[in-house]
Design a protein around this ligand. Sequence first.
Ligand code: SF4
Ligand code: SF4
Length: 65
Amino acid sequence: MGRVPGYVFEVDEDKCFGCGACIALCPVNVLDLVDRMIVVNEEKCTHCELCIPSCPVFALDIVEN
Ligand code: SF4
Ligand code: SF4
């Protein structure tokens, strides 16, 4: 699964509470905690979706841009 044109990896900032669970799942290390909020280096995200099921509050998704 690679990047799909027109789609972006998105963090729902209203849901993320900074547990950090998703960070360990990312094989290309593009997730970071900043002030208890996940930020993503979107251009380097491969859209592999591995991190998405790790989030207990469903804050991560790949959505149409
Ligand atoms: S979708 Fe894949 S590459 Fe992108 S942040 Fe999640 S685990 Fe990392
Ligand atoms: S797993 Fe979900 S709640 Fe936890 S840091 Fe990642 S995005 Fe935020």
